[in-house]
Ligand binder design. Structure first.
Ligand code: PMV
Length: 300
């Protein structure tokens, strides 16, 4: 089964409850047709899980988050099985390109199918959330909101489709790969450090939450300027919080900053284009299909 990664337009960065993967705020994403994970699962005859990613057998250390997720799944659904999992990404893994979003969503969907659990999209989203927060948004395609929820048990913290992938086909996200290497500080560690130590974090949460409704309106109205401005500002404020943690957390490289400047210059020349960047150096440029060629010439 193939599952698409998603890129957040309004970011998730930080948990109010680490164990339950409960976020401090809601977030909104778009699915990425070119960023795919294909996963297959079979029951293993051995009493351990065997996980292969991009044709490489994962070490225990590398598979820890996946095994933790499988243990959570086995306990929650009272299932006594181990698995042989084969997963393939169509793009660099763990380089801030949302591989965990499609990876854990694919796992949740495959486990559901294998055991015929008939979980609803909401239940699948809650399950995927326990692998990686952003994975809860990859259960659905198109524009998706992850409601932060209020309950301590996390049953109201799930993702829901706002508009399907056919709503706005002219909207394009161009991925500029600056560095394919795996990031040094994982999202999981980085976001906790940000919650604990950035003096600007609380303020960002309030400001970012206020962008949720305007972002939904911008998507509904297909207003690329409003969407781009909201997404870019939210991304900049998130990176500001990251950079003001102790110790400082910097995912941006000189080449990243260069592309950010080029996007700004293109915009000043009249092309609607905006950047967003996650926990890695790679840049995603938001624009409309008619401008994609010109942007690729200048930025890729
Ligand atoms: O789901 P995680 O733990 O990989 O965190 C994702 C965090 C960001 O990609 C930076 C933002 C987001 O909302 O996807």
């Amino acid at each position: 089964m193939t599952t698409l990664a998603n890129i957040a337009l309004i970011k998730y960065w930080g948990k109010r409850d680490e164990e339950g993967f409960l976020p401090t705020k809601s977030s909104i994403s778009i699915s990425m047709p070119e960023l795919k994970t294909t996963t297959s699962i079979n029951v293993s005859k051995q009493d351990n899980d065997i996980i292969t990613l991009n044709e490489t057998l994962l070490t225990l250390k590398k598979s820890k988050n996946i095994i933790d997720f499988l243990n959570f799944f086995r306990k929650k659904y009272n299932i006594d099985a181990h698995y042989i999992i084969k997963s393939q990404n169509s793009f660099p893994t763990a380089a801030g390109l949302a591989s965990s979003s499609s990876g854990f969503a694919a796992l949740a969907k495959e486990l559901n199918k294998l055991h015929n659990l008939q979980l609803s999209p909401r239940e699948l989203s809650i399950l995927a959330r326990h692998g990686s927060g952003s994975a809860c948004r990859s259960i659905q395609n198109g524009f998706v909101i992850w409601h932060k929820g209020e309950r301590a048990d996390g049953t109201d913290s799930y993702a829901e489709q706002l508009f399907d992938e056919k709503h706005w086909p002219e909207l394009k996200i161009i991925v500029v790969i600056v560095d394919e290497k795996e990031k040094k500080v994982s999202s999981r560690v980085g976001m906790q450090q940000t919650v604990d130590t950035s003096p600007f974090y609380r303020e960002w949460i309030i400001r970012s939450e206020k962008r949720i409704q305007p972002m939904i309106d911008a998507i509904r109205e297909k207003n690329v300027v409003a969407l781009g401005e909201l997404a870019e500002q939210d991304c900049l404020e998130m990176h500001h919080c990251m950079q003001t943690t102790t110790p400082t957390l910097n995912y941006l490289q000189p080449k990243t900053k260069n592309i950010m400047q080029r996007v700004k210059a293109l915009r000043e020349s009249g092309i609607p284009c905006y950047f967003t960047i996650d926990a890695g150096p790679n840049v995603k440029i938001i624009t409309l299909a008619e401008y994609a060629g010109k942007i690729m010439q200048n930025c890729v």
